[in-house]
Design a protein around this ligand. Structure first.
Ligand code: KIV
Length: 288
């Protein structure tokens, strides 16, 4: 680098993307664990800095879910999501939040081969993002991996029931646990994950009685999605609950109408450009 070059500095206090926060204490994994059986935990997915900023004051946890494959990248499912995607979006969400604990999904193929593979990739995600914990999908088979990670300083959120990364085995996203055998197996998965040291677990897309049984039997908080209001918390994909998409799964309640708002604003902008009412005098620079 030339010795004549000036040092480039950024004034972050005036940055739209990352204004200086008022001091706040971020929720920790032990605090979340202690919420078992108490006030329900609030979790939403977040993938970008601005959405993280907007949701952070209202959420206990922000999940950088691998659902970003579908929501952000337009992929058909989560199987193609990469470590690079999770690391980049995880870091953005940590930069945009000051209060919620940030959990990053481990993408398909980054943890199943061995506990050692899981440690290498989970530690990379925590280092590159600053997140508090990782989440991985699976049951009994992965319990030794969860024990390996948690005993080496990596908090793990489990994910049982409908596990979208297994879409090629499952053949779709239908509700799980319809047969008594499958229901029993899901409960066993949940107990194995909790016993292995998971600090919390997502229960997705199961018959309600299964979610209730798991919530009663496991030591860690359960976070439901298409599960039961009796879980210790709830999660939804933010873009689903904000109403960005027309088609959403049965378990989603639309709390907003973002798709219509975006379309409406874009329609007005397009009309303003076409009839030359935009830009108007307020948006233009003139000599002083
Ligand atoms: O990837 C994701 O968004 C998730 C939630 C739906 C729980 O795993």
């Amino acid at each position: 680098m030339s010795t004549n070059s000036k040092t480039l500095t950024f004034d972050t206090s005036t940055s739209r993307a990352n204004p200086t926060p008022s001091p706040m204490k971020r929720l920790t994994v032990p605090r979340i664990r202690q919420q078992k059986g108490k006030e329900p935990l609030v979790m939403l997915t977040a993938y970008t800095v601005r959405m993280a900023q907007l949701m952070d004051p209202h959420c206990d946890m922000l999940l950088v879910g691998d659902s970003l494959g579908q929501v952000i990248y337009g992929l058909p499912h989560t199987v193609a999501v990469t470590m690079e995607m999770m690391a980049a979006h995880g870091a953005a969400v940590v930069r945009g939040s000051y209060h919620a604990a940030v959990i990053v999904d481990m993408p398909f193929g980054s943890y199943e081969a061995s506990a050692e593979q899981a440690f290498v990739n989970a530690s990379r995600l925590l280092k590159e993002t600053g997140a508090a914990a990782v989440k991985l999908e699976g049951g009994k088979v992965l319990a030794p991996t969860v024990e390996f990670l948690t005993s080496r300083g990596i908090p793990v959120m489990a994910h049982v029931g409908l596990t979208p990364q297994a879409v090629n085995i499952l053949g779709g996203y239908g509700v799980r646990g319809k047969s008594p055998e499958e229901a029993k197996s899901i409960v066993e998965d949940a107990i194995a994950m909790s016993d292995a040291g998971a600090f919390a677990m997502v229960i997705e897309g199961v018959l309600e009685h299964i979610a209730i049984e798991i919530t009663q039997k496991v030591a860690c908080p359960t976070i439901g999605i298409g599960a039961s209001a009796q879980c210790d918390g709830q999660v939804l994909v933010a873009e689903d609950m904000l109403g960005l998409f027309d088609r959403v799964p049965k378990f989603v309640k639309k709390f907003g109408n973002m798709g219509v708002s975006v379309e409406d604003a874009v329609r007005q902008y397009a009309a303003g450009v076409r009839d030359r009412s935009f830009p108007g005098p307020e948006q233009l620079y003139q000599p002083a």
